[in-house]
Design a protein around this ligand. Structure first.
Ligand SMILES: [Zn+2]
Length: 451
């Protein structure tokens, strides 16, 4: 009896999977958008039809004929826009007050790569549910859990955003840790949380290793230690990364480090704390992206004084016309992360959207916040030629919300619809991701090399 059921069940699964793969490949979907936002220009067009075939957008316009047999998705009461981008996050590390007292060195000791990878997968689904279809996942990701998650999502095993993984951060002796001699010398406690790379040869080797293991961006610790990286060191990493099609992000925490990163010409600078108005001016001039990681002051994080500085720094970068991105540096959790109204736990997606508070406090207009969360993010992720614009030929990644985020940016907190790669992940405010779950490869087995 058991065996017969198992056979029947396998047959049904095979049939369902076969059907969903066929649907994935051939069906046309027509989306009726009440309003369609173009974040590049900060404008909206009423009553548009978006045609999607397979993974891509094939047509957009006000009066497009809907092919017979097309699946129609009626979003005529909603505003449609490109999926959101978190340009700096960490899905595979979560440090806590208990037991590690927010000290992530201990998280690294206590949480295995396997556990952290599974948590990253959960975080990815939570982010997708809140409309984030792309994340740059930049370091502190155990043993390439970020690259593995990207590959798993590409294979179609589970839903999640497009992950731009960096692999371990590359830094000079010590990375961001201050280990004991015995831990450092006898237990190599740096790796895989950081790669120590001191000489030019070691820098080249580290960049190559990360790209070999699936990195799509290279993250350098510019000044995590007083010895840090010189302008020449950074330039070397940039030129080596370019051979594998990767751009370099510089983590900076000092004014001097910021200047070296700017002089060397990194693609993106992480963290705004140490940047001065003069740095912002130079970044705007050179077209360097900023992932400021602009933490809001909430019951679960931050202080009023720190928030004031963060807001002023973000405001200055925006005034100087720096290419600002929406970025969180999210990597923590505590017992206070609850919705004050409902008492429910906030999801990773909701916590990420709470960073809107900083942008609003800086007085940045909704159209500019939206551009930071979409187009600037797609450019910083270096995927703007494939994803972002809701135009024919691009991947069908889009979300829909009630109201108009160009007037009220908080409309983004109520994502009702999410499509990624042409598949519906969320509809009518409910996750319906069954088509994302697939037991075998839907793309190439060697997915780390697809670009
Ligand atoms: Zn970070």
């Amino acid at each position: 009896m058991k065996i017969r059921f198992a056979v029947f069940f396998s047959f049904m699964v095979a049939l369902t999977v076969g059907l969903s793969v066929a649907q994935r490949q051939s069906a046309v979907t027509a989306i009726k958008a009440g309003r369609l936002i173009d974040p590049e220009t900060g404008t909206a067009a009423a009553n548009q039809v978006i045609l999607v075939e397979g993974e891509k957008i094939t047509g957009v316009g006000p009066n497009l004929p809907i092919p017979s047999g097309a699946t129609v998705i009626d979003l005529s009461q909603l505003t449609v826009l490109p999926g959101l981008v978190d340009a700096h996050t960490h899905m595979a590390i979560t440090y806590k007050e208990e037991p590690e007292n927010n000290y992530y060195y201990l998280t690294y000791i206590m949480d295995s790569t396997a556990l952290r990878a599974i948590q990253a997968a959960s975080n990815g689904m939570q982010l997708l549910n809140s409309g984030f279809t792309v994340v740059r996942d930049v370091g502190n990701n155990a043993l390439y859990a970020d690259a593995a998650l990207r590959q798993a999502i590409e294979q179609g095993w589970l839903p999640g955003p497009t992950v731009i993984p960096s692999g371990p951060m590359i830094g000079s002796t010590g990375g961001q840790f201050w280990p004991t001699p015995e831990m450092y010398k006898y237990h190599n406690i740096m790796f895989p949380e950081y790669i120590d790379a001191n000489s030019p040869d070691e820098i080249v080797r580290a960049v190559r290793e990360n790209m070999l293991f699936g990195a799509r961006t290279i993250k350098l610790c510019i000044d995590c230690k007083p010895w840090g990286y010189s302008v020449d060191d950074i330039k070397l990493a940039i030129s080596e990364a370019a051979k594998g099609g990767c751009k370099v992000e510089g983590h900076v925490q000092t004014a001097d480090g910021a200047q070296r990163a700017i002089d060397a010409g990194v693609y993106i600078i992480a963290h705004n704390n140490a940047l001065t108005p003069e740095h912002h001016r130079q970044m705007a001039e050179k077209g360097i992206f900023l992932a400021g990681t602009d933490t809001p002051f909430t019951p679960y994080r931050g202080s009023e004084a720190a928030f004031k500085r963060t807001v002023a720094n973000l405001r200055d970068a925006w005034e100087k016309k720096v290419l600002v991105t929406y970025s969180t540096d999210f990597d923590y959790w505590n017992e206070r992360m609850k919705d004050p109204k409902t008492g429910e736990w906030l999801t990773r997606g909701e916590l990420t959207l709470n960073f809107l508070e900083t942008w609003k406090a800086a007085g940045i207009p909704p159209a500019d916040i939206l551009r930071a969360m979409t187009m600037n993010g797609y450019k910083a992720a270096d995927i703007i030629s494939q994803r972002g614009p809701i135009k024919p030929g691009f991947f069908a990644d889009m979300i829909a919300v009630p109201g108009n985020p160009l007037g009220d940016i908080d409309a983004l907190r109520n994502v009702r619809f999410v499509m990624k790669n042409g598949m519906v992940f969320k509809k009518d405010g409910v996750m319906i991701p069954e088509k994302f779950f697939h037991p075998g490869p839907v793309k190439t087995l060697n997915g780390r090399w697809t670009r």
